[in-house]
Design a binder for this molecule. Structure first.
Ligand SMILES: O=C(O)CCC(=O)C(=O)O
Length: 277
Protein backbone atom coordinates (compact mmCIF):
# COMPACT_ATOMS: atom_id res chain seq x y z
CA UNK A 1 0.00 0.00 0.00
CA UNK A 2 1.32 3.44 -0.89
CA UNK A 3 1.37 6.48 1.37
CA UNK A 4 -1.43 8.84 0.24
CA UNK A 5 0.03 11.77 2.22
CA UNK A 6 3.37 11.67 0.43
CA UNK A 7 1.67 11.18 -2.97
CA UNK A 8 -0.43 14.28 -2.32
CA UNK A 9 2.61 16.25 -1.18
CA UNK A 10 4.53 15.38 -4.37
CA UNK A 11 1.47 16.18 -6.46
CA UNK A 12 1.04 19.62 -4.89
CA UNK A 13 4.74 20.42 -5.23
CA UNK A 14 5.55 19.02 -8.69
CA UNK A 15 2.19 18.47 -10.38
CA UNK A 16 2.84 14.74 -10.68
CA UNK A 17 3.63 11.68 -8.56
CA UNK A 18 4.41 8.01 -9.24
CA UNK A 19 3.27 4.88 -7.39
CA UNK A 20 5.11 1.67 -8.28
CA UNK A 21 3.50 -1.78 -8.28
CA UNK A 22 0.10 -0.18 -7.83
CA UNK A 23 -1.96 -3.22 -8.87
CA UNK A 24 -0.03 -5.66 -6.70
CA UNK A 25 -1.67 -9.11 -7.25
CA UNK A 26 -4.32 -7.79 -9.66
CA UNK A 27 -2.18 -7.02 -12.68
CA UNK A 28 -3.37 -9.97 -14.84
CA UNK A 29 -7.14 -9.46 -14.27
CA UNK A 30 -6.82 -5.76 -15.20
CA UNK A 31 -4.83 -6.65 -18.30
CA UNK A 32 -7.53 -9.19 -19.28
CA UNK A 33 -10.27 -6.54 -18.91
CA UNK A 34 -8.24 -4.20 -21.11
CA UNK A 35 -7.45 -6.85 -23.79
CA UNK A 36 -11.07 -8.01 -23.94
CA UNK A 37 -12.24 -4.49 -24.79
CA UNK A 38 -9.46 -3.80 -27.29
CA UNK A 39 -10.10 -7.08 -29.13
CA UNK A 40 -13.30 -5.45 -30.45
CA UNK A 41 -11.66 -2.28 -31.80
CA UNK A 42 -10.28 -2.08 -35.37
CA UNK A 43 -6.75 -0.84 -36.05
CA UNK A 44 -6.18 2.95 -36.04
CA UNK A 45 -9.64 3.79 -34.64
CA UNK A 46 -11.07 5.81 -31.80
CA UNK A 47 -13.93 3.96 -30.07
CA UNK A 48 -16.39 4.89 -27.32
CA UNK A 49 -18.03 2.60 -24.82
CA UNK A 50 -21.09 4.63 -23.97
CA UNK A 51 -23.44 4.59 -21.03
CA UNK A 52 -25.52 1.79 -22.58
CA UNK A 53 -22.33 -0.29 -22.94
CA UNK A 54 -22.43 -0.14 -26.74
CA UNK A 55 -19.11 0.18 -28.51
CA UNK A 56 -19.28 2.84 -31.21
CA UNK A 57 -16.51 3.85 -33.60
CA UNK A 58 -15.72 7.44 -34.44
CA UNK A 59 -15.83 8.38 -38.15
CA UNK A 60 -12.98 6.97 -40.29
CA UNK A 61 -11.43 10.47 -40.73
CA UNK A 62 -10.78 10.48 -36.97
CA UNK A 63 -7.86 8.13 -37.29
CA UNK A 64 -5.58 7.16 -34.36
CA UNK A 65 -2.37 6.43 -36.19
CA UNK A 66 -0.34 4.99 -33.26
CA UNK A 67 -2.85 2.13 -32.65
CA UNK A 68 -6.27 2.06 -30.95
CA UNK A 69 -7.93 4.49 -28.56
CA UNK A 70 -10.99 3.93 -26.34
CA UNK A 71 -13.17 6.28 -24.31
CA UNK A 72 -15.15 4.57 -21.54
CA UNK A 73 -18.12 6.51 -20.16
CA UNK A 74 -19.24 5.77 -16.55
CA UNK A 75 -21.98 3.35 -17.72
CA UNK A 76 -19.22 1.18 -19.19
CA UNK A 77 -17.20 0.97 -15.96
CA UNK A 78 -19.05 -2.24 -15.02
CA UNK A 79 -17.05 -4.00 -17.76
CA UNK A 80 -13.82 -3.22 -15.85
CA UNK A 81 -14.63 -4.37 -12.28
CA UNK A 82 -11.07 -5.13 -11.13
CA UNK A 83 -9.74 -1.87 -12.53
CA UNK A 84 -12.47 0.15 -10.84
CA UNK A 85 -11.96 -1.62 -7.50
CA UNK A 86 -8.53 0.07 -7.32
CA UNK A 87 -9.87 3.61 -7.79
CA UNK A 88 -13.47 3.75 -6.55
CA UNK A 89 -12.55 4.17 -2.89
CA UNK A 90 -12.13 6.81 -0.21
CA UNK A 91 -8.35 7.05 -0.58
CA UNK A 92 -8.57 8.25 -4.19
CA UNK A 93 -11.67 10.32 -3.53
CA UNK A 94 -9.68 12.18 -0.83
CA UNK A 95 -6.64 12.68 -3.09
CA UNK A 96 -8.87 14.15 -5.79
CA UNK A 97 -10.77 16.40 -3.35
CA UNK A 98 -7.55 17.59 -1.71
CA UNK A 99 -5.98 18.41 -5.06
CA UNK A 100 -8.92 19.53 -7.23
CA UNK A 101 -11.09 20.96 -4.46
CA UNK A 102 -14.36 19.72 -2.92
CA UNK A 103 -17.23 18.43 -5.08
CA UNK A 104 -14.85 17.48 -7.87
CA UNK A 105 -15.97 15.18 -10.67
CA UNK A 106 -14.35 12.00 -9.37
CA UNK A 107 -13.75 9.20 -11.95
CA UNK A 108 -15.36 11.43 -14.58
CA UNK A 109 -14.41 9.29 -17.59
CA UNK A 110 -11.71 6.79 -18.58
CA UNK A 111 -9.57 6.59 -21.70
CA UNK A 112 -7.44 3.62 -22.72
CA UNK A 113 -4.92 3.30 -25.49
CA UNK A 114 -2.89 0.58 -27.16
CA UNK A 115 -0.02 1.84 -29.33
CA UNK A 116 1.99 -0.41 -31.66
CA UNK A 117 2.68 1.69 -34.80
CA UNK A 118 5.50 4.17 -35.28
CA UNK A 119 4.28 7.42 -36.84
CA UNK A 120 7.36 8.82 -38.58
CA UNK A 121 5.67 11.76 -40.34
CA UNK A 122 4.80 14.61 -38.01
CA UNK A 123 1.77 15.43 -40.14
CA UNK A 124 0.21 12.10 -39.04
CA UNK A 125 0.79 12.63 -35.32
CA UNK A 126 -2.20 12.46 -33.03
CA UNK A 127 -2.99 15.39 -30.71
CA UNK A 128 -1.45 13.72 -27.70
CA UNK A 129 1.88 13.12 -29.49
CA UNK A 130 2.53 16.88 -29.27
CA UNK A 131 3.68 18.57 -26.08
CA UNK A 132 0.48 20.09 -24.70
CA UNK A 133 -1.68 21.08 -21.74
CA UNK A 134 -5.14 19.47 -21.65
CA UNK A 135 -7.99 21.76 -22.72
CA UNK A 136 -10.02 20.78 -19.63
CA UNK A 137 -8.27 20.91 -16.24
CA UNK A 138 -7.88 17.44 -14.83
CA UNK A 139 -6.07 15.29 -12.34
CA UNK A 140 -5.42 12.11 -14.32
CA UNK A 141 -4.42 8.64 -13.12
CA UNK A 142 -2.27 6.95 -15.77
CA UNK A 143 -1.90 3.21 -15.23
CA UNK A 144 0.76 1.49 -17.36
CA UNK A 145 0.12 -2.11 -18.42
CA UNK A 146 3.50 -2.41 -20.19
CA UNK A 147 6.98 -1.28 -19.17
CA UNK A 148 7.59 2.02 -20.94
CA UNK A 149 10.65 3.82 -22.24
CA UNK A 150 11.26 6.30 -25.01
CA UNK A 151 11.25 3.51 -27.62
CA UNK A 152 7.65 2.44 -26.96
CA UNK A 153 6.04 5.81 -26.34
CA UNK A 154 6.68 6.69 -22.69
CA UNK A 155 4.68 9.58 -21.30
CA UNK A 156 6.93 12.67 -21.37
CA UNK A 157 6.63 15.71 -19.08
CA UNK A 158 8.33 19.07 -18.66
CA UNK A 159 9.04 19.33 -14.91
CA UNK A 160 8.19 22.76 -13.54
CA UNK A 161 5.77 23.64 -16.37
CA UNK A 162 2.43 23.43 -14.50
CA UNK A 163 2.04 27.19 -14.01
CA UNK A 164 2.75 28.02 -17.66
CA UNK A 165 0.36 25.30 -18.86
CA UNK A 166 -2.34 26.69 -16.57
CA UNK A 167 -1.68 30.22 -17.85
CA UNK A 168 -2.14 29.23 -21.52
CA UNK A 169 -5.21 27.14 -20.74
CA UNK A 170 -6.91 29.83 -18.68
CA UNK A 171 -5.78 33.02 -20.44
CA UNK A 172 -5.21 32.09 -24.08
CA UNK A 173 -7.18 28.98 -25.03
CA UNK A 174 -10.56 29.27 -26.69
CA UNK A 175 -12.12 25.86 -26.24
CA UNK A 176 -14.56 26.51 -29.11
CA UNK A 177 -11.87 27.41 -31.66
CA UNK A 178 -11.21 24.22 -33.61
CA UNK A 179 -8.40 25.54 -35.77
CA UNK A 180 -5.75 23.61 -33.80
CA UNK A 181 -4.11 20.26 -34.58
CA UNK A 182 -6.43 17.68 -36.21
CA UNK A 183 -9.43 20.01 -35.96
CA UNK A 184 -9.21 20.42 -32.20
CA UNK A 185 -8.55 23.43 -29.99
CA UNK A 186 -5.10 25.03 -29.73
CA UNK A 187 -3.52 23.03 -26.89
CA UNK A 188 0.20 23.46 -27.75
CA UNK A 189 2.42 26.42 -26.90
CA UNK A 190 3.48 26.46 -30.56
CA UNK A 191 -0.14 27.24 -31.47
CA UNK A 192 0.43 30.59 -29.73
CA UNK A 193 4.13 31.48 -30.01
CA UNK A 194 6.60 31.51 -32.89
CA UNK A 195 9.35 30.53 -30.46
CA UNK A 196 7.53 28.73 -27.65
CA UNK A 197 9.16 28.43 -24.27
CA UNK A 198 8.71 24.63 -24.40
CA UNK A 199 8.34 22.07 -27.21
CA UNK A 200 8.58 18.25 -27.38
CA UNK A 201 12.38 18.60 -27.23
CA UNK A 202 12.15 19.85 -23.62
CA UNK A 203 10.15 16.90 -22.28
CA UNK A 204 11.72 14.05 -20.30
CA UNK A 205 10.43 10.45 -20.52
CA UNK A 206 8.91 8.79 -17.47
CA UNK A 207 10.31 5.27 -17.85
CA UNK A 208 8.21 3.01 -15.64
CA UNK A 209 7.49 -0.65 -14.98
CA UNK A 210 4.15 -2.25 -15.90
CA UNK A 211 1.74 -1.76 -13.00
CA UNK A 212 3.00 1.74 -12.17
CA UNK A 213 0.49 4.54 -11.60
CA UNK A 214 1.24 8.15 -12.53
CA UNK A 215 -0.96 10.89 -11.06
CA UNK A 216 -0.61 14.08 -13.07
CA UNK A 217 -2.15 17.55 -13.22
CA UNK A 218 -2.71 17.98 -16.95
CA UNK A 219 -1.52 21.59 -16.86
CA UNK A 220 1.98 20.08 -16.58
CA UNK A 221 3.09 20.11 -20.22
CA UNK A 222 3.12 16.51 -21.41
CA UNK A 223 2.89 14.20 -24.41
CA UNK A 224 3.15 10.48 -25.12
CA UNK A 225 2.33 7.51 -27.32
CA UNK A 226 5.04 8.26 -29.88
CA UNK A 227 6.80 4.98 -30.64
CA UNK A 228 10.36 5.30 -31.92
CA UNK A 229 11.04 1.57 -32.40
CA UNK A 230 9.21 -0.85 -34.73
CA UNK A 231 7.81 -4.00 -33.11
CA UNK A 232 7.21 -2.37 -29.69
CA UNK A 233 3.88 -1.72 -27.97
CA UNK A 234 2.41 0.20 -25.05
CA UNK A 235 -0.87 -0.25 -23.14
CA UNK A 236 -2.19 2.54 -20.96
CA UNK A 237 -5.33 3.40 -18.94
CA UNK A 238 -6.11 7.07 -18.15
CA UNK A 239 -8.70 7.92 -15.49
CA UNK A 240 -9.93 11.54 -15.57
CA UNK A 241 -11.01 13.62 -12.56
CA UNK A 242 -12.11 17.23 -12.96
CA UNK A 243 -12.48 20.11 -10.50
CA UNK A 244 -15.94 21.51 -9.85
CA UNK A 245 -16.82 24.19 -12.42
CA UNK A 246 -13.55 23.37 -14.28
CA UNK A 247 -11.66 25.61 -11.82
CA UNK A 248 -8.43 23.96 -10.69
CA UNK A 249 -6.98 25.54 -7.51
CA UNK A 250 -3.51 27.10 -7.72
CA UNK A 251 -0.85 24.98 -6.04
CA UNK A 252 1.96 27.43 -6.79
CA UNK A 253 2.19 31.14 -7.71
CA UNK A 254 0.59 31.79 -11.12
CA UNK A 255 2.80 32.29 -14.18
CA UNK A 256 3.11 36.01 -14.96
CA UNK A 257 4.46 36.76 -18.47
CA UNK A 258 5.21 40.41 -17.58
CA UNK A 259 7.31 39.36 -14.59
CA UNK A 260 9.15 36.80 -16.76
CA UNK A 261 9.81 39.46 -19.45
CA UNK A 262 11.27 41.78 -16.79
CA UNK A 263 13.52 38.98 -15.58
CA UNK A 264 14.83 38.47 -19.16
CA UNK A 265 15.46 42.21 -19.54
CA UNK A 266 17.29 42.39 -16.20
CA UNK A 267 19.44 39.42 -17.24
CA UNK A 268 20.24 41.05 -20.62
CA UNK A 269 21.24 44.27 -18.80
CA UNK A 270 23.54 42.41 -16.46
CA UNK A 271 25.20 40.60 -19.41
CA UNK A 272 25.67 43.94 -21.22
CA UNK A 273 27.09 45.51 -18.04
CA UNK A 274 29.56 42.64 -17.64
CA UNK A 275 30.69 43.06 -21.28
CA UNK A 276 30.99 46.85 -21.20
CA UNK A 277 32.29 47.11 -17.63
O1 LIG B 1 -0.39 8.78 -23.80
C1 LIG B 1 0.31 9.41 -23.00
O2 LIG B 1 1.37 8.98 -22.53
C2 LIG B 1 -0.09 10.80 -22.61
C3 LIG B 1 -1.56 11.02 -22.77
C4 LIG B 1 -1.90 12.45 -22.98
O3 LIG B 1 -1.11 13.24 -23.40
C5 LIG B 1 -3.24 12.91 -22.72
O4 LIG B 1 -4.11 12.10 -22.36
O5 LIG B 1 -3.49 14.13 -22.84
Amino acid sequence: MFNPESVLKNLKTDGYALIENFLEGNFQPVLQEFDRAFGLIPDKSHATLNDTQNLTLQPKEKVYNPGKHLNVQPGGYALFPTLLSHFANQVFQNIVNEYCGPRSQFLYQIFMSHEYHTVPNQKDWSRLNWLHFDPYPSLKFLLYLTDTDEGNGATMVVPGSRAIGKYYREKRLDINDNSGWQGGCKHRLEDWEETPQYTNADAVPLCVKAGTLLLVDTDVLHCGALLHEEGRERKLILVHNRPEGLRMPDHEPPYDPVFVAHQYIAKAHSILRSIHG
